[in-house]
Design a protein around this ligand. Structure first.
Ligand code: GUN
Ligand code: ZN
Length: 455
């Protein structure tokens, strides 16, 4: 039987060109009254309601959001689901933070039921934040990946995930054995990669946590499984880079450590890349790799300021998306992440426009993961992952929007003041998987409540 047609109607936007490479002001295609028609998990029609509507049956079910802003679902290009329960661990830089907070938290995933519980909470919160695709680090435990993909499959979301590989410099119970995690990775790829919407990412944690042999094994695993992704960390802090120099003497750079192991190529996505030499950015461009800009994490740990405009320089643009990097990052909301990305750009002397911000959170993230042919754009043929944003979700936003004339001004206010409360609905493969019950301010404060408190 033909899957049923369903539709969304309301103001919608997508990108006509890359706002880093062309004029940001003309990069958005805004449709003030769009009809988005979906079937079998894909968008089958997209355009102005008046022209589109007559092409479909009169009984087409249409969810109408006349005062919303609809766009492609957000992409989180770098996040650790096991770290959800340790967001905001106080007072350390990266390397101490890993030893003191992160590894003890990840040790708890030896218990499968714990992994299942955290995976369910994480996915619920991700969808509430409007994220429909994420590149997710699990733990070293094989069943941490099963727990995550099983939950993602239940929801039907396009998710990228992998078992963390590490064979040194962590508690023994978190280290891979003599085969460097190869057998578990191979089993997981066989079990999950390409099943439904699941995509596997070979996941060496970062160079200091792997021996030369461990990195080589990761490179072989990735090479032997075409279509899988590869995710790791790169040049996050100065101290980490100095350690890599010590551990791998003779390598030209941190990136070169990965390149030697066969871990640099299309489908590789590197988190952070805060402290990068020009030659390595050019190499990432040539190799069609992706970067995840993780501003809340880089600010929280004091790691440094990512230079988004330099990474995207027009003569050698590197693919860039945003990453929450929870639990070093402080929010799963891409709107919150974009607000901090703007401030990071300001401290670096540049300005991230609203168009560039929303590009990073949608199409840019899709490009960083090599998935731009499937997600990140509203167009027929694309997978029907969408977010319905409420630009007036809070009293302050509603008030601020009165003075925001253009779409760019409204998007910029959303970037600055918005968070998960602005997500009215999230659609995955054409199905609403999150519907905000009410306007959050109405829920939080009973009618007359504020007045009573101030009396
Ligand atoms: N580098 C290696 N592991 C991690 C991690 O879990 N979080 C962050 N932010 N950086 C890392
Ligand atoms: Zn990370």
């Amino acid at each position: 039987m033909d899957p049923a047609l369903t539709a969304l109607r309301g103001p919608a936007f997508t990108f006509r060109h890359d706002p880093f490479l062309g004029d940001p002001e003309t990069s958005l295609a805004f449709e003030p009254d769009a009809l988005i028609v979906m079937r079998g998990g894909r968008i089958v029609g997209y355009g102005g309601h008046s022209a589109e509507r007559e092409r479909y049956p009169a009984d087409l079910p249409v969810a109408h959001h006349p005062d919303a802003l609809i766009c492609a679902g957000f992409v989180d290009a770098h996040v650790h689901y096991p770290q959800l329960e340790m967001i905001g661990a106080f007072g350390e830089t990266l390397l101490d933070w890993l030893q003191r907070y992160t590894y003890p938290t990840e040790l708890r995933f030896a218990d499968r039921s714990h992994a299942e519980r955290v995976a369910a909470v994480f996915l619920r919160d991700l969808l509430r934040a409007g994220v429909t695709t994420a590149a997710v680090y699990c733990t070293v435990h094989e069943h941490s990946v099963d727990a995550f993909f099983a939950e993602a499959e239940r929801v039907g979301a396009r998710m990228v995930a992998g078992k963390v590989l590490m064979d040194r410099h962590a508690p023994p119970a978190l280290l891979d054995g003599a085969d460097h995690g190869a057998a578990a990775t191979e089993r997981l790829i066989a079990r999950w990669h390409g099943r439904g919407r699941a995509l596997y990412a070979v996941t060496p944690r970062f160079a200091p946590a792997l021996t030369d042999e461990g990195l080589r094994v990761a490179g072989r695993l990735w090479c032997d499984a075409p279509g899988t992704l590869m995710q790791t960390h790169l040049c996050e802090t100065e101290a980490e880079i100095a350690w890599v120099r010590e551990l791998f003497p003779g390598r030209a750079s941190y990136l070169d450590v990965y390149a030697e192991a066969g871990l640099v190529g299309p489908g590789a996505v590197f988190g952070h890349a805060v402290h990068m030499a020009e030659g390595d950015l050019a190499a990432l461009h040539r190799a069609r790799c992706g970067l995840a800009h993780c501003p809340t994490s880089n600010l929280f740990l004091g790691s440094g300021l990512f230079r988004a405009h330099d990474a995207r320089r027009a003569d050698r643009p590197v693919r860039v998306g945003i990453g929450s990097d929870v639990g070093a990052g402080t929010s799963l909301s891409p709107l919150r992440t974009l607000g901090e990305a703007y401030k990071v750009a300001r401290l670096g002397g540049s300005r991230l426009t609203a168009e560039q911000g929303f590009w990073l959170a949608t199409r840019g993230g899709a490009e960083a993961l090599g998935l731009e042919d499937r997600i990140g754009t509203l167009a027929p043929g694309m997978e029907a992952d969408l977010v319905v944003l409420d630009p007036a979700a809070t009293d302050l936003l509603a008030f601020r929007m009165e003075a925001a004339g253009t779409l760019a001004e409204r998007l910029f206010a959303l970037m600055t003041l918005g968070d998960e409360r602005c997500v009215r609905a999230t659609y995955v493969a054409g199905v609403p998987v999150w519907m905000r019950p009410d306007r959050p301010d109405d829920q939080a404060v009973p009618a007359g409540g504020l007045r009573r408190i101030s009396q």
